[in-house]
Every structure is written in C-alpha cells, then in structure tokens.
Design a protein around this ligand. Sequence first.
Ligand code: SF4
Ligand code: SF4
Length: 225
Amino acid sequence: MRQDDFSGLLPACCRVGFASIDRYDTDERKAMEAFLPDVQTVIVVAHHVMHSLEWTWFAFDGEPGGETCAADLHAKSMGKRICHALETKGHRNVLLPYPGECGVMFKTLAVKTGLGHLGDSFLFMNADWGPWIHLRVILTEAQIDCEPRPTPQACTHCGACLQACPSGAIMEGDFDGLKCRDGMRGLRNALGKAPTIYECEQCLRACPIGPAPHEVLVSYKYQEI
Ligand code: SF4
Ligand code: SF4
C-alpha cells in the first residue's frame, strides 16, 4: 500500500502520518510487538483540537480508564476508519490503548512520522496547530510505502510554557510527568465531585504557536475552583 491510498479518508481536522517500524529503537519496537508481533508500519492520527470543550475529560464507564473526552473519541473513531480500510485489504491492525496503558508514548512515536515534533514544553506540536493536537496510534502488518515528511521546528524556545507551569513540571530540557500529574490531581481534588474531569492547560495556553481554542470554558473551570 502507499501513503496516498489514505488521502481523503479523514476530515480536515485530522492528519495521518506513517513510519516504518525500522525507524524505532529496540525498546519501542518491543513494546509495539507486544501488541502486534509482526508490526510493519506505525500510523498516527493527529487531530487538531479547536475548542477546549473537546479536551474536557468526563467520567465514562464504557471507556478504558473510566474517562474520555470528545477529542479522543473522535481521534479513536478516525483510527478505526483507517483500520477498516486496512482490513478490507487483508491486513491485521491494532489501535493502541490510550497512553499510560500501553507502555509507549504516542508523541515520541508520532515524531518519527514527520507530523510534528516535541516543543520545550514536551508537548507534541507543529507550526499550524501549535500544541493543540490529540494523537492516536495504529500498528499494522501492512507495509506502507511512506516517506516521513520533514516538519519545520515550530517551538521558538521562548520559555513561556516553563514560566506558566504552576507545578514546576517543565524544566529546561526536562519534564517531570509526576509533578504535572500531581498538579492535575490538585485541580481535580479542589473540585470534588465534579461531573467533568478538569485539566490544566496553562502550558498550552502560554504557547504562542498555533491558534488557541476559545477560552470561555477554561475560565469557567478556574472560576469554579
Ligand atoms: S499541564 Fe499544567 S501542570 Fe502539566 S506541564 Fe502543563 S502547565 Fe504544568
Ligand atoms: S511556549 Fe515557547 S518554548 Fe514552550 S513549546 Fe511553545 S514555543 Fe516552545
């Protein structure tokens, strides 16, 4: 199959990137082979988050981990669309579970597809959408003729994300996921039994790259706290 076979499959809010399994290191390959032993190609769906409502997580017992958001439901359904197209050609595929459950970081897999890169915030970003990108990853046994398209570096190293982080999770050249997680938990605990699961977006909103989604809902979140 060729990369072009997938053009027109997804709406304009989503892009798809491809990378041969040969581009990944031994640990990444091992983690992916646990899901699909004969994986040949990594396919990444990148969805542009255009409203903070899309990234407002809410409790949902039917989803793994018991929570979801509209951006993930959409990216997942686009991933299933790609899986279906591959299956009709006789290829086996796996749509990877959400990060934290599968042992590989979607954003590091996505960098090798050329869809974007990691900014100093350690968020996946590109010049068009900034860090407002939600990722899903598909592994397939199909060999897809793909040339990763080089993406211009979007991060200008302005330091705004580092300054904005209330948890001290973003450091020069380093990111402490536990500090970020604890900061998020602090937000959630402050709200008690909220029907929605509140997220901190301060590093994203500080970033000057890409159009930031409408902020009304986020202001509302912080007012409630
Ligand atoms: S989401 Fe919030 S706590 Fe986490 S790195 Fe960004 S600004 Fe810091
Ligand atoms: S806020 Fe500045 S340093 Fe941080 S990711 Fe965006 S452009 Fe890069």
